[in-house]
Ligand binder design. Structure first.
Ligand code: PEP
Ligand code: MG
Length: 313
């Protein structure tokens, strides 16, 4: 049944009992956005802006950036676009933005932290986003990666709002999940990056194959942080999505919905599988599966318990 639904998936995604759960796509350029729209993504949930500039020695001009961002806004053709400011550093070093050598780059100057050394880089990027929005008539949401404190969220939100854009932050550091209520006093949405959130919650390098069991997105501690952030969003009526790889696993996507997240964003080829699976489950089953996965002692048991609830018959 799920296979038949997958072949015919055309969005928008809802659970079987009719709860809308937008399934968006992770993209890096206009062409990828066109493919995402063709795959029936309801928009872009994560536009990774740094990927276009890997290997570049010099900062791209505001005009070059504006053209690149406008290409994505145009291709999205009125659908939601969540643009992430440069996530430079660690696994994505940018020569013009990040320090050449750090002992622990994953714990170093990466993401929003680059703005401590060079606030102009962030301001120029936000100017470019605002210009691209003006040219295309788009209303992008703009979020920062690697935020760790309420103060960082407040400072970022002020810069984004000053340009008439909608601010949010990624939940990649456990501190932000724990203080999500206070972060949400400053921003309009949260987007949970499960790839980094699991790395930082389990203290295990996301690039280490030896530690893949620890960074498994079914880890109950990761799911508990997702639940904390989603509950904070519910309390104030602000969206809390997931844009890490966890959202690409159709079963886990149902669990995330059960934990309270309001949208999912994954690679374009995964959109149909997630949307098709959501159409086979009711929200109460997602909630039951989420409770079972949270209560499990390890990822394997959690997945089995969730599967038993979600895939009946
Ligand atoms: C994440 O950390 O989950 C995320 C979506 O960002 P990236 O994979 O680009 O670090
Ligand atoms: Mg990340």
């Amino acid at each position: 049944r799920a296979a038949a639904a997958l072949a015919g998936y055309t969005g928008p995604a809802t659970t079987r009992d009719g709860v809308p759960v937008p399934v968006l796509a992770n993209v890096q350029d206009g062409e990828g956005t066109r493919l995402a729209v063709a795959a029936h993504a309801e928009g872009v949930g994560l536009f990774r802006t740094e990927l276009a500039f890997l290997g570049r020695a010099a900062e791209p001009t505001v005009e070059e950036q504006a053209r690149g961002y406008a290409a994505v806004f145009e291709a999205a053709a009125g659908r939601r676009v969540v643009l992430r400011t440069l996530d430079a550093g660690s696994d994505k070093p940018l020569e013009f933005a990040t320090p050449p050598e750090e002992a622990n780059p994953a714990l170093g100057v990466r993401g929003l932290r680059v703005a401590r050394r060079d606030p102009g880089l962030l301001d120029r990027q936000l100017d470019a986003v605002a210009e691209a929005a003006r040219r295309t008539g788009a209303s992008p949401w703009v979020m920062a990666p690697m935020v760790a404190t309420v103060g960082e969220a407040a400072d970022f939100a002020a810069r984004v709002r000053a340009r008439g854009l909608v601010p949010g932050v990624m939940v990649e550091v456990p501190s932000v999940a724990l203080l999500a209520d206070r972060v949400l006093q400053h921003v309009d949405f949260l987007s949970i990056g499960t790839n980094d959130l699991s790395q930082y919650a389990l203290a295990a390098d996301r690039l280490s194959a030896d530690l893949a069991d620890l960074t498994d997105p079914w880890q109950p501690a990761l799911l508990a942080l997702v639940e904390t952030a989603a509950a904070a969003g519910r309390r104030v009526g602000k969206p809390v999505g997931v844009c890490g790889e966890a959202a690409a696993d159709p079963l886990l996507a149902c669990v995330l919905v059960g934990l309270g997240v309001t949208s999912l964003s994954c690679a374009a080829p995964a959109v149909a599988g997630v949307g098709a699976r959501l159409a086979t489950v009711d929200l109460p089953a997602c909630q039951e599966a989420a409770a079972a996965a949270l209560a499990a002692d390890d990822p394997r048991a959690g997945r089995a318990a969730a599967r038993a609830v979600l895939v009946r018959g």
